[in-house]
Design a protein around this ligand. Sequence first.
Ligand SMILES: *[C@@H]1O[C@H](CO)[C@@H](O)[C@H](O)[C@H]1NC(C)=O
Ligand SMILES: *[C@@H]1O[C@H](CO)[C@@H](O)[C@H](O)[C@H]1NC(C)=O
Ligand SMILES: *[C@@H]1O[C@H](CO)[C@@H](O)[C@H](O)[C@H]1NC(C)=O
Ligand SMILES: *[C@@H]1O[C@H](CO)[C@@H](O)[C@H](O)[C@H]1NC(C)=O
Ligand SMILES: *[C@@H]1O[C@H](CO)[C@@H](O)[C@H](O)[C@H]1NC(C)=O
Ligand SMILES: *[C@@H]1O[C@H](CO)[C@@H](O)[C@H](O)[C@H]1NC(C)=O
Ligand SMILES: *[C@@H]1O[C@H](CO)[C@@H](O)[C@H](O)[C@H]1NC(C)=O
Ligand SMILES: *[C@@H]1O[C@H](CO)[C@@H](O)[C@H](O)[C@H]1NC(C)=O
Ligand SMILES: *[C@@H]1O[C@H](CO)[C@@H](O)[C@H](O)[C@H]1NC(C)=O
Ligand SMILES: *[C@@H]1O[C@H](CO)[C@@H](O)[C@H](O)[C@H]1NC(C)=O
Ligand SMILES: CC(=O)N[C@H]1CO[C@H](CO)[C@@H](O)[C@@H]1O
Ligand SMILES: CC(=O)N[C@H]1CO[C@H](CO)[C@@H](O)[C@@H]1O
Length: 475
Amino acid sequence: MEQKNCAKKFILVIILLMLLDAVKCEEDDSEELKRKIDPVFIMPNDEIFIRSVNDNCFVTCNGSDIHWEYPNGTTVDSKKGRIYVEDFSTLGSQAQSLRLIFDTIDENDNGKWTCVGNIDRKSFTMSVYVPIEFEPLQQEISVKEHENVTLNCVAYGNPQPTIHWSFKSISILELEKKLTSHFIKKKDSLFIKNIGRHHSGEYTCKAVQMTFKSITDMKELAIQLNVEYPPEILYSNRSKVNGKLENLVYTKYAVANSTVKLICEADSNPLPTFLWYHNGKKMSHHHINNTDFFSELTVNFHSNNTFGDYKCIARNILNQTSMQIKIIEGKRPEPPHTISLIGSGDKILDIYVGSNMLDPNDPLAITHYRFELVCKDDFVKNNFEWKDPFYEEKEAKINVSYTLINLKPNTTYIVRIAARNVIGLSDWAPMKEFSTLANEPIRNGCISNFSNIYIYLIVVAVALATKNQTGESNE
Ligand SMILES: *[C@@H]1O[C@H](CO)[C@@H](O)[C@H](O)[C@H]1NC(C)=O
Ligand SMILES: *[C@@H]1O[C@H](CO)[C@@H](O)[C@H](O)[C@H]1NC(C)=O
Ligand SMILES: *[C@@H]1O[C@H](CO)[C@@H](O)[C@H](O)[C@H]1NC(C)=O
Ligand SMILES: *[C@@H]1O[C@H](CO)[C@@H](O)[C@H](O)[C@H]1NC(C)=O
Ligand SMILES: *[C@@H]1O[C@H](CO)[C@@H](O)[C@H](O)[C@H]1NC(C)=O
Ligand SMILES: *[C@@H]1O[C@H](CO)[C@@H](O)[C@H](O)[C@H]1NC(C)=O
Ligand SMILES: *[C@@H]1O[C@H](CO)[C@@H](O)[C@H](O)[C@H]1NC(C)=O
Ligand SMILES: *[C@@H]1O[C@H](CO)[C@@H](O)[C@H](O)[C@H]1NC(C)=O
Ligand SMILES: *[C@@H]1O[C@H](CO)[C@@H](O)[C@H](O)[C@H]1NC(C)=O
Ligand SMILES: *[C@@H]1O[C@H](CO)[C@@H](O)[C@H](O)[C@H]1NC(C)=O
Ligand SMILES: CC(=O)N[C@H]1CO[C@H](CO)[C@@H](O)[C@@H]1O
Ligand SMILES: CC(=O)N[C@H]1CO[C@H](CO)[C@@H](O)[C@@H]1O
């Protein structure tokens, strides 16, 4: 059985080889003939003509005894019309020149057109494409966050164009690698699932048409996607507030007779509008300054009934949200009631400071003590004026003493102390006089040990003097 098959195959191969040889001979023969007999030339000499519908074009054929044939083999004999032949032969010459003219090409002109001579012939293939056209569609789409949306892009053309989507110039295929499964490409559309606010922007649908591996047309359609979302209160430069937004309440202190700016920031699309209420009553626009995402209310706490609850409502067509600011009258602390020397060295003083208002649960509790020292000699020299003090602020604690270091030995200092809370610095407690011990001989004048930080101290003292009383607008 197998042997028989093998023999059959062998014979087949032999026959095939013989046939191939014969074909080769025939080809050789025809090549020979062409060279001897009047050849036919067509110009341009392209195998394939790629043309758009409605284009015009012509092809010239030279040779003797020639005519043009339709793809179906019929001779083109029209002298006018959409497709016709014009004779450009030189009078008296044997060589003919026939121009096949296409006026307004249409899709039916596809096929192989041939110029036939007495023996020779030349053909070209006409490939007609229809350029891309988009179906007119909505180019601006608004959608609510978390919904699904379909962006349509219907492109016609022949050959059928392929569609490529991009978002803000990045290919959807690339995005799909990073953002998981938001985009699903469908035949004539892009489906975006559970849309987020960051999906807002311009989407581009690019249609590309290829004919015989060359790009014959390319068109783009831009679709603007606008994702709408309700207001969200933001805090400190657009970072989201922790916790429940709808119950957002915070407390702020204001000193009587001071002016405070309350800021409400919200993010939404469309932009939020802001409303302010004081103790439930809507406030006039008088003291309100609005920008796109901010509303600033200026309040002057001139009387007791200006304190209380301030509420900011941010809203757009989708929803609203609010924030409450409780404004409580804040006071500067009382100065310390007790200041006493616990101990001293040649360079240190250890001082006890006692005051009320140290309860850590009290928002107006004392947080720091400010110590200021000048040498008694300098104080006297300066006509008892408080000039260029050495100062330090230390965190306030219950029942501790505070050690001032780097002092000069055998020196009497005038010391004054004030307490600080969120509102600001208290008045000064009565001045005290404390001396360091004399262990080493003094080489220089009193202030000299501070001289290297002298300039620095002046600068800081000036800065602090201007900072005085500004604590009240802290949040
Ligand atoms: C074809 O014939 C025309 C008219 O005789 C001549 O102008 C042209 O050069 C010829 N073209 C070719 C390729 O022979
Ligand atoms: C061949 O095609 C031409 C143009 O399409 C047409 O006019 C002609 O009738 C066709 N001939 C035949 C035999 O189908
Ligand atoms: C969005 O599409 C998904 C399916 O892809 C469906 O499960 C979901 O319910 C759709 N959501 C909305 C809001 O239509
Ligand atoms: C606030 O100003 C009013 C009038 O200007 C004054 O009577 C009152 O004492 C001031 N209150 C404070 C705490 O300064
Ligand atoms: C609003 O802002 C402008 C410019 O910053 C300022 O001149 C104006 O006084 C502000 N108005 C209120 C009520 O704060
Ligand atoms: C506000 O009321 C408190 C007592 O309720 C009072 O101690 C304070 O002085 C009042 N402040 C003003 C500015 O009237
Ligand atoms: C509006 O916001 C409130 C509170 O955040 C929420 O309970 C409510 O469902 C929202 N309404 C709509 C229509 O989204
Ligand atoms: C602070 O010290 C005093 C006496 O030195 C004492 O009576 C008081 O209980 C102390 N307070 C605290 C909070 O330790
Ligand atoms: C300390 O200062 C006093 C006067 O200011 C001086 O009389 C005394 O000699 C000084 N003591 C030492 C050890 O330098
Ligand atoms: C703060 O200001 C008050 C009066 O405005 C003044 O008496 C006090 O000395 C100032 N304190 C400082 C540290 O400058
Ligand atoms: C509204 C607000 O607080 N804006 C601030 C955001 O942060 C910059 C610099 O960090 C400040 O200059 C703005 O005032
Ligand atoms: C004599 C005296 O107290 N000298 C001190 C001056 O201050 C420097 C630090 O700034 C100390 O190192 C010295 O001991």
